[in-house]
Structures are given as structure tokens and as C-alpha cells.
Design a protein around this ligand. Structure first.
Ligand code: PLP
Length: 445
């Protein structure tokens, strides 16, 4: 006699069978299965103690059917929410025509045009599949163009997982500037020797380094470092220093691009870098990222112009993927509509205001740090201006607060809250209740 499993397969279309199998599997079973086949039980990104089953608009559901308001939004890309109908329409139009080609395609070309139109420093773009790759190539491009090797990076700045980026991202011990401290095993000392590390928001420190080192190719910076804002004049100060010392300025706009404003941090702060990297939103939730710069710089990707010795070889299987490009293009079309960014900022202000009021009423020292479009709380009295000052006085407070929020159906990372345009008034009301609960939990902590 056939086993029940085989009978199920026979009687139902394959996808129904998969659905049926998944429904039979509880979250704790998924977690146990993950622990066997995934190191540390996860993908390396987020708490492996939750397994997401699906998302719709501003909400997600875990494998036990528990519903959450999503303020993680895939770590940034889902600015319009999950399964936005217009983005899905664009995806479903593209999928039957082909999902990847490893060759030029119209959607990828149209997306490049839209980026060049939107982002001040971009005359041309080159696609990659992830933000970390874009940053790696941005640094390589700066080296190819200037013929110099050193990269100046800020302590606590995140630029993906390349060897260079893994320098002084989250050092556990204080190392004297400008020495680079690797955050990961497996990186040769030679990489650290090519990096200069400076504190964020300190122009004098950068100036001193550029005077001392005449072999710096580029400064790479997150215009909003994690959630720490640049102080007034700081980004322009970096621009001026780069110009004075013939150093290229790279803005890592993987997060800030199309979030802080349609033209990213460059538009928001009025400072134009030489090179920028983009990711997350431009792929509409699919794997796509890019770096962009002037035609003069981007010529290094064209062997016919620069010749073999100066050519920056770059290719990637999924680069310019048409499904991702279609999703990104449609996302950007929606974002261009009147009032999109005003609404996003209004949602962010409301979320900041409700948390600030509740914490002030409870007499809990804190700083809300960031931009209305991306921020979080530091439980401290000290102003947050760089990696060393942006700290919780008592990290346990942050753990308690975020756990209580999660308990009340708020899904966010422990270090960032991403508002999205899918957030509704009902979501805000629910979040307010959760915030009250979390602030009370802090009182008991
Ligand atoms: C500022 C910044 N740069 C680079 C990256 C890396 O992007 P990806 O995860 O797509 O490699 C991230 C990811 O969160 C980021 O926040």
C-alpha cells in the first residue's frame, strides 16, 4: 500500500503538498531543522528563534501564525511593504518572460536610466547582486582611478562583508586610531595595513590623516552612520577635505538611497560624493545593488577605453537581473508620487514621538538617534556622535525593551527601526500600546 505521503503527492498539485507539509511543521520544528543544517541555526542575519512564513503590507506572520507589525522590512528594501500590488504586477509581468539572462535586458537598462536621473553623483551605474559587493567594487574603483591603495573608513561604519569592510566595524576593544581592527577571522594583516580608521563626526581627525598619508585613494562613509547622523557641515567638510587632498569620496547609500529622499542622502544633505553605492530599495526586495559615479570614473569598467592594466574586471551571474530591476523600477515609480516622502517622515515622527513621550513620562534616560526615515533608541544621557559614544548605558535595557515589543507583536531589529509606507493608522495605534507595555517592562527591569 502506498504511504500517506505518496498518496498526498499523487492527489494534490505539488505546491499544495508543500503547503500541507509546511502547515504540519511548527516554528519550533523549523528551528530544530535549521540548527542541523545551518551554522548557528540561521542565515547569519537575524535572530534564528523566529521563522517567517509570509508578509503582506506592513505585517508578517511567523510559522506558528503569530502576526507582527514589521519594522525590519527585510533590513530596508521593503519600503512600500510586502507584496505591494503594483510591484507584484511588475514582477508577474516579467517572470513569464524570463527570470535571468546574464545579458543586457531592457528592465536593467531602464532602471539604470532611472537611477542616473535620480542620484546626483551617478552618470553611469554598474550592477552587482548585493550591497557589500557594491562597496567592495567602489573601493576598488577608487584605487584603480587614483593608483593609490589606502582607504579611510570610520569606526563603526558598515559596508558589507569584504575584507576591507570588516575593519573596525564593531571592535570589542579600543584600538588607537587610525589602526584597523579586523572584526572577522580569516583576513590577512595586509588588508588592515591598507586601511585608516577615524572616528565619525571628527573632521580634524580626518584632516590630520590626510596630511600624514599621501597614499589615500578614498574615504568611504555612510552619510547616516548606522543611525548616527552626520553633524551639520560634516559631510560638506569631508567633501572639501577630499577635494583639497585629491581623494575620492564614496557615499555608501545602500540604506540611505531612495530612503532619506528620492535622490538619497546626496539630495537630502546637498553634498555630492564621487562614487555612491545603492542597494535594498532599488531591487524592490530582490537581489540587486549597484555602484554609480561619473563617466570619467566609470570608464575603468571599460577595457576598450582604459586598456588592460587599468581595467576593473567585474561581472556577476545575477547582475542586472530583470525581475529585480522590474521590481525596483516600479518601487521607484511609486516613490516618485507626490507626498511619499512627507508621509514616510510623518510616520517616522509619530513613532519617534510616541516612544519619546512614554520614556520621558517614565523618567528613563534615552536618546532617539537617526533620521525620521530610520532610527532607534539609545538608553543613555550622552549625545551619540560616533561609534564610541553611541552606546546603551545598560545594554540589558535595550534587550528588555525590544523583547517586550516583540512580545506585543512588534518586529524590529535590536538596533534599528525602519518605518515603511505600508504602516497604517491602526498599526501606529497598536505600536503605541506595545511601546507603553515595553516602557513599563523597563520600569520593572
Ligand atoms: C550601509 C550598508 N552598506 C552595505 C550593506 C551591505 O548590503 P548587503 O547586505 O546587500 O550586502 C548594508 C546592509 O545592511 C548596509 O547597511
Amino acid at each position: 500500500m502506498a504511504s500517506p505521503l505518496i498518496l498526498m503527492c499523487w492527489e494534490h498539485p505539488f505546491s499544495n503538498w508543500i503547503d500541507a507539509m509546511q502547515k504540519l511543521t511548527s516554528q519550533s520544528e523549523w528551528i530544530a531543522r535549521a540548527q542541523t543544517v545551518l551554522p548557528a541555526g540561521g542565515f547569519g542575519n537575524f535572530d534564528p528563534g523566529i521563522v517567517i512564513a509570509r508578509g503582506e503590507g506592513s505585517h508578517i506572520w511567523d510559522e506558528d501564525g503569530r502576526e507582527y507589525i514589521d519594522y525590519l522590512i527585510g533590513s530596508g528594501p521593503m519600503l512600500l511593504g510586502h507584496g505591494h500590488p503594483e510591484v507584484m504586477e511588475a514582477v508577474f509581468e516579467q517572470v513569464p518572460k524570463g527570470t535571468t539572462f546574464f545579458a543586457n535586458n531592457a528592465k536593467g537598462i531602464e532602471l539604470a536610466e532611472a537611477i542616473v536621473e535620480a542620484v546626483p553623483c551617478c552618470e553611469q551605474v554598474r550592477y552587482v547582486a548585493s550591497g557589500g559587493e557594491a562597496d567592495m567594487y567602489a573601493m576598488r574603483l577608487a584605487r584603480a582611478y587614483t593608483g593609490r591603495n589606502k582607504i579611510l573608513k570610520f569606526e563603526g561604519g558598515y559596508h558589507g562583508m569584504s575584507a576591507e569592510a570588516q575593519m573596525s566595524l564593531a571592535p570589542q576593544m579600543r584600538v588607537n586610531f587610525p589602526t584597523a581592527a579586523p572584526d572577522s577571522a580569516g583576513i590577512p594583516q595586509g588588508v588592515a595595513d591598507q586601511m585608516l580608521i577615524a572616528p565619525f563626526n571628527d573632521l580634524a581627525a580626518v584632516e590630520a590623516l590626510l596630511i600624514e598619508h599621501n597614499d589615500v585613494a578614498a574615504i568611504i562613509v555612510e552619510p547616516l552612520q548606522r543611525i548616527i547622523p552626520a553633524m551639520p557641515g560634516y559631510l560638506q567638510g569631508l567633501r572639501d577635505l577630499c577635494d583639497r587632498h585629491d581623494v575620492l569620496l564614496i557615499f555608501d547609500e545602500i540604506v540611505t538611497g531612495f530612503r532619506l529622499a528620492y535622490g538619497g542622502a546626496q539630495e537630502r544633505y546637498g553634498v555630492t560624493p564621487d562614487i555612491c553605492t545603492l542597494g535594498k530599495i532599488i531591487g524592490g526586495g530582490f537581489a540587486l545593488a549597484a555602484l554609480g559615479a561619473s563617466t570619467e570614473l566609470m570608464k575603468h569598467f571599460d577595457k576598450a577605453i582604459v586598456g588592460g592594466d587599468n581595467w576593473l574586471m567585474q561581472l556577476g551571474t545575477l547582475s542586472g537581473n530583470p525581475v529585480a530591476a522590474a521590481a525596483g523600477l516600479r518601487t521607484m515609480e511609486v516613490l516618485r508620487r507626490d507626498g511619499s516622502y512627507d508621509r514616510l517622515r510623518e510616520i517616522g515622527r509619530t513613532l519617534q514621538g510616541m516612544q519619546c513621550r512614554a520614556l520621558v513620562e517614565a523618567g528613563i534616560p534615552h536618546q532617539i538617534c537617526g533620521d525620521e526615515t530610520l532610527f532607534d533608541i539609545y538608553f543613555t544621557r550622552a549625545a551619540c556622535r560616533d561609534y564610541r559614544s553611541a552606546k546603551h548605558d545598560d545594554p540589558a535595557q535595550n534587550i528588555t525593551y525590544n523583547a517586550a515589543l516583540r512580545d506585543r507583536g512588534i518586529f524590529k531589529s535590536p538596533g534599528k527601526l525602519y518605518p515603511s509606507l505600508a504602516i497604517t493608522e491602526a498599526d501606529l495605534a497598536h505600536t503605541q500600546e506595545a511601546v507603553r507595555f515595553a516602557v513599563n517592562a523597563l520600569g520593572e527591569h
